[in-house]
Design a protein around this ligand. Structure first.
Ligand code: SF4
Length: 457
């Protein structure tokens, strides 16, 4: 792992070249499009040809951040610049002495860095979690109870004749601007008419983003009616009796609309319910379970195949959930304090441990949610920040006790990311990094801790 000065000299020694890169993966939103063409000239990314305004603005903002990080210190002690080697030694020493260390796993990094973070948690007998407060845990707990019938997005493109978007806006101005363009509009092997051959319906409880969709294809209900709606739909799908008049009064939507929706779902040859980050954020355990059981029952009582599809936010949270699943047996809230991984849902979630003051040293990798940082402000564990913007003033919302900057995970580091449907995709390093990557930094830290006497797993 060379110093930033050495890396800068190496970068300067190369003549500026112009490159055109194809099939670049974009981590700007949960679509993780892997078909972008970008030009890189004299160390600058030109994303003006990318057919997505969200991606264009993301690349401008990310490059601006890369520029600012290159002016910032490579490492800091209590907000003051310090040599990287010295800070690395202090981090290793402080983590080794910690009584109850906690790692906030990198949700923005490559899966290579995420594997290094899990290995570090094992060496330290630490807790490790995604660090995302109140997001995703209900979904995972519900899946353990009700199961999950999923499909890749490619399979949806080839086969889906009915798509129910539940609280997710797939329009070009929404948070997932190219999902429909890439997976619903093109002709599929069994849907040669493309979008014209698919029925697309919308149901919203927690957002009004589909309110602009006109006609009976859009249903808006109050959040408090989501569970009753799911229960009624499940009963209708099973052929049971539902008081449609009462359902209409409760939801404010006409009775015939619910009966028709249940019929459409059952009649699908290949149906899919798409949910996005809003559902993840707001749905309770009972609502997540209700949705998953509805999908399962549509496979029993419907005429065809029915699947669920989740679209995440940008970054690589599905990658961390997958890596934790492979390496420690659970997608989040893992605890190594008994020298082996234990899944402790809720109890070992980072937000709970920080709020209760149960972590004396927190190693935060990559950007963290404002809610997590606010909890850290209140209980004030010893805070170590590793990540691309770790040494940028105010970027963490609090001054870390120790901080080390790493290469930008999407623009400089490379590696592998995972789409929400479980498809791994390569990240192309677009710029020459002047900092070590987070995977390199975490591996170096693990080795140093082992050299200092920690047990080798
Ligand atoms: S839709 Fe999302 S992933 Fe695809 S190019 Fe736009 S911002 Fe990037």
């Amino acid at each position: 792992m060379g110093s930033r000065q050495t890396m800068r000299e190496e970068a300067d020694a190369k003549p500026p070249i112009e490159r055109q890169l194809t099939e670049v993966t974009c981590a700007g939103c949960g679509c993780l499009c892997d078909d972008l063409t970008l030009r890189v000239q004299t160390g600058k990314i030109d994303a003006s040809g990318v057919p997505c305004t969200l991606a264009q603005s993301m690349y401008v903002a990310a490059q601006d951040q890369v520029h600012r990080v290159r002016q910032a210190p490579e490492a800091q002690i209590a907000g003051q610049p310090a040599p990287l080697a010295e800070v690395l030694g202090l981090v290793a020493e402080r983590l080794t002495r910690a009584r109850a260390p906690l790692i906030l796993g990198p949700t923005e990094s490559s899966m290579e860095a995420q594997r290094a973070a899990v290995a570090l948690a094992d060496v330290l007998s630490a807790g490790i979690d995604t660090g995302l407060a109140a997001s995703g845990s209900a979904r995972w707990l519900a899946r353990q109870r009700a199961g999950w019938v999923g499909a890749t997005w490619g399979e949806i493109k080839q086969r889906a004749d009915l798509v129910l978007c539940w609280d997710v806006d797939l329009g070009p101005g929404g948070p997932h601007p190219r999902f429909a363009k890439r997976f619903l509009e093109p002709p599929g092997r069994f849907i040669p008419e493309g979008l014209a051959g698919r029925t697309v319906l919308h149901l919203a409880c927690w957002s009004d983003r589909v309110a602009g969709v006109k006609g009976e294809t859009a249903i808006v209900i109050q959040p408090s009616h989501a569970l009753a709606t799911l229960a009624a739909l499940r009963t209708l799908v099973r052929g049971g009796l539902v008081d449609l008049g009462s359902l209409a009064t409760t939801t404010g939507q006409p009775a015939h609309l619910w009966a028709k929706l249940a019929q459409q779902l059952k009649a699908a040859r290949f149906g899919v319910i798409v949910v996005g980050p809003i559902f993840d954020r707001h749905a309770s355990l009972a609502e997540c379970e209700g949705l998953e059981r509805l999908i399962a029952e549509l496979n029993v009582f419907g005429q065809g195949r029915f699947v669920g599809c989740t679209i995440g936010q940008g970054g690589n949270r599905p990658g961390l959930e997958a890596v934790l699943g492979w390496q420690a047996g659970a997608p989040r809230a893992v605890d190594f304090s008994h020298k082996h991984p234990r899944y402790l849902p809720l109890e070992a979630e980072a937000s709970h441990r920080i709020a209760e003051g149960q972590a004396d040293v927190v190693l935060a990798i990559g950007p963290q949610q404002a809610a997590t940082l606010a909890q850290a402000h209140a209980t004030r564990p010893f805070w170590i920040q590793i990540g691309h913007n770790a040494t940028l003033a105010g970027s963490a919302g609090l001054v870390p006790d120790l901080a080390m900057a790493t290469a930008h995970p999407w623009l400089e580091a490379g590696g592998t990311v995972m789409r929400s449907d479980g498809v791994p995709l390569p990240l192309t390093p677009l710029l020459r990094p002047l900092c070590p990557t987070d995977a390199q930094m975490l591996e170096r830290l693990r080795r140093q801790i082992v050299e200092q006497g920690a047990r080798v797993p």
